[in-house]
Design a protein around this ligand. Structure first.
Ligand code: FE2
Length: 351
């Protein structure tokens, strides 16, 4: 983004650290205290890097931290409290900017940590900035918020937080196969209770989906949802782990799949906050978020990535595009996609 000069095309909004009460709008006191205790032990352990690497420390947290998900893929890191406050604060700054009319679309690619639960870190997510941001919107009087999750993984933390209410309609497009994290997100999960039933939408997909099928299905579902639900604001999560070449090895998308979805969202002409998410091929992730930013800013980027400090990381192409070069087959037959589309649209008509 910087090398393309995109930052000069945007209004830069200062972020802030979320306060403890803002973090606790979603997370439990016990969870936040465990994060703080972990930080204290970490600094005692004397390492400033990944605390899980420190043997003494690992013994210390194995009992208290694991209960709150602070192990394995969410191993404690140093300055965890600062990390979660700044991530949540970035999303709150974006949400505030859009809610107050400072801008129509706000971006926080560092946000989008959709797996964290009230009491538990999960799937590399130590904080759920998305839920905290949406709660801020509800406290400001918004009553129809639509959350759309394009990450390879089911947006389970956000869905669970709002599954009981009609004030937030969550839609998640994700890979849903046996044994694939987090395991939730089937067609049948549609929210719960008198007010929530029907207000969680899941679009489970199989391996290898390509740009055309992906964006056609997403846009069909989103447009129908917006026709029926009439949202006041959109929160979009654009995880980059759906791209070809991502180590998660799920979908076969180039930049154009998510980009077509974003172009469709922009046509809805609603206030919007766009967040990041997964993305484990780092240069492709940077390519996607820079490209999506250029679409929001209305700027056409040259294909050749400009020379900059990290230029060599973009070998061998040194270009913006992610080529459709995968040999993995698309396991989503036309019949499968059609049946999912019909089932989801039928549910949406009941809203
Ligand atoms: Fe993901």
């Amino acid at each position: 983004m910087q090398s393309y000069g995109l930052l000069h095309k945007l209004q830069i909004i200062p972020a802030f650290d979320a306060s403890e009460s803002q973090l606790r709008s979603f997370h439990s006191e016990e969870y936040i205290e465990t994060i703080k205790e972990s930080d204290a032990k970490c600094s005692k352990g004397g390492t400033n890097l990944d605390c899980s690497m420190h043997n003494n420390y690992e013994l210390d947290v194995s009992i208290s931290g694991e209960e709150y998900g602070l192990a394995y893929d969410c191993a404690p890191v140093s300055n965890m409290y600062q990390l979660i406050s700044s991530i949540a604060g970035g999303t709150l700054a974006a949400v505030n900017a859009v809610a107050t009319g400072l801008c129509k679309v706000a971006l926080n690619w560092t946000g989008g940590w959709h797996h964290a639960h009230r009491d538990e870190a999960s799937g590399y997510c130590y904080v759920n900035d998305i839920v905290i941001g949406i709660l801020e919107l509800l406290s400001r009087g918004f009553e129809r918020v639509i959350y759309i999750d394009f990450d390879l993984h089911h947006g389970d933390g956000v869905e669970a937080a709002f599954a009981h209410t009609s004030k937030v309609l969550t839609i998640s497009f994700h890979k849903h196969e046996m044994g694939f994290f987090p395991g939730t997100g089937s067609l049948k999960e549609t929210g719960w209770g008198n007010r929530g039933k029907g207000y969680a939408v899941n679009v489970p997909l199989r391996d290898g989906i390509t740009d055309g099928n992906f964006s056609e299905l997403c846009n069909s579902v989103i447009n129908e949802a917006c026709r029926n639900y009439k949202p006041q604001i959109i929160i979009g999560q654009f995880g980059a782990d759906t791209l070809i070449g991502d180590p998660m090895n799920g979908f076969n998308l180039t930049l154009e799949g998510p980009a077509n979805c974003l172009r469709n969202l922009l046509l809805l002409n609603l206030p919007m906050v766009l967040l990041g998410g997964g993305g484990y091929h780092h240069t492709n992730t940077a390519r996607l978020w820079a490209y999506l930013t250029s679409i929001v800013a209305g700027v056409q980027l040259p294909l050749d990535i400009p020379d900059h400090e990290f230029f060599l990381e973009y070998r061998p192409s040194y270009e913006l595009a992610v080529e459709a070069c995968s040999t993995r087959k698309d396991s989503n037959s036309n019949e499968h996609l059609k049946s999912i589309n019909e089932a989801v649209l039928a549910n949406l008509q009941r809203l």
